[in-house]
Design a protein around this ligand. Structure first.
Ligand code: GLP
Length: 259
């Protein structure tokens, strides 16, 4: 089963996950990171600024989970721009090594296959950072997504468009379509690290970790992965039936195991 780590706050979560990433880069200079957007991973990227300072990150590679379709890549809320602003620039990564699905309409029909090929050519993702939507989506795999899905175009739900409207002038400006790594793509990564904070994510987290495997809650796909780590604050953990057991196992975990 997935390992659940309950931490005091988002800052502690960021530090914990950043440490794991630094150790990965120490073992493998050209590590392949799976990068997520949204508010949730920001504490990880923030902690990495400090933890990676002075280290050689010139070989590090990265693949973003998703992108809006038809958005100008230069738009400040395109995921290309977000990844550049929050990850590539502050961490000093090589922009040539950081990939984001191509949401351009002209090439959208083969953009999914192209992205899968690029991930495969890189040897796969070593550590995939994930957030989770209030409806249980990961990446932009909305409810109903196949567990075997690969990178493809999806239609965003009204709920997701409402959730993401805060990044745009109005909900009408939130694109209708996206291109996202599939659940099958995400499951190929060697280590999944899903973060969630706040009461609003508690139901999605409980469903993903302890609920039945169901396409209705795409995050439940993580139960199929041999190495999945869920890092949550107390509020996001509040609906977990086995919360006490997760605290107990983490408190008694050998330090050498990492997360
Ligand atoms: C978007 C992203 C997801 C992210 C989710 C939750 O839909 N495509 O990758 O996990 O939002 O966002 P937040 O972390 O801001 O709550």
């Amino acid at each position: 089963m997935a390992e659940v780590v309950i931490v005091e706050n988002a800052e502690a979560a960021g530090a914990l996950v950043a440490t794991e990433i630094v150790e990965l880069i120490e073992r493998r200079a050209d590590a392949v990171l799976g990068l997520a957007t949204g508010s949730t991973p920001l504490p990880v990227y923030q902690a990495l600024r400090t933890q990676l300072a002075g280290r050689d990150v010139s070989q590090v590679r990265g693949f973003a989970l998703d992108e809006y379709v038809g958005i100008d890549p230069a738009h400040p809320e395109s995921y290309r721009s977000v990844i550049t602003r929050e990850v590539v620039e502050p961490l000093g990564l090589d922009p040539q090594r950081i990939h984001v699905p191509n949401g351009a309409l002209a090439t959208i029909q083969h953009a999914g296959d192209d992205y899968e090929a690029a991930i495969d050519a890189a040897g796969g993702v070593d550590l995939q950072i994930l957030g989770i939507g209030t409806d249980g989506h990961i990446g932009f795999n909305e409810p109903g997504s196949s567990f075997a899905s690969r990178t493809r175009v999806k239609t965003l739900t009204e709920q997701t468009r409402e959730d993401n409207a805060r990044f745009f002038d109005s909900i009408d400006d939130v694109p209708m379509h996206c291109i996202t790594q599939g659940l099958g793509t995400i499951l190929k990564a060697r280590h999944l690290v899903l973060l969630a904070f706040g009461e609003g994510k508690a139901e999605a987290v409980a469903g993903a970790v302890e609920g039945p495997l169901t396409a209705l809650l795409p995050g439940s796909a993580i139960q199929l992965h041999p190495h999945a780590t869920i890092v949550v604050d107390e509020a996001a953990a509040s609906r977990l039936a086995l919360a006490d057991y997760y605290r107990y196992t983490f408190a008694n975990k050998p330090a050498w195991q990492g997360i």
